[in-house]
Design a protein around this ligand. Structure first.
Ligand SMILES: [Zn+2]
Length: 84
């Protein structure tokens, strides 16, 4: 999650497309989140999009009216810092 510093060993696997909605359990549909941010994802309107293996998080309108996707820059992903 953007600005989260929890190490991977403290994370839980999150289904980007919910399992109940037909989302498969796979790396292509998965994202690692700490317990706090995992709960936040399930109780708010943040959304996640995987771009070249890196999760980008779109905030709900009430948090950011531009709804600009953002990523975690503490943990370096597979893509450049700039949203494509
Ligand atoms: Zn977190």
């Amino acid at each position: 999650f953007p600005d989260c510093t929890s190490p991977a060993t403290w994370t839980e696997a999150h289904h980007i497309i919910p399992w109940q909605a037909g989302g498969e359990t796979s790396v292509e549909n998965g994202c690692l989140l700490c317990s706090h941010h995992h709960t936040l994802l399930h109780t708010s309107d943040w959304s996640i999009q995987l771009i070249n293996g890196t999760p980008w998080f779109t905030p709900p309108w009430i948090i950011d009216h531009t709804q600009t996707p953002r990523r975690n820059t503490y943990h370096h992903g597979l893509t450049p810092q700039q949203h494509p």
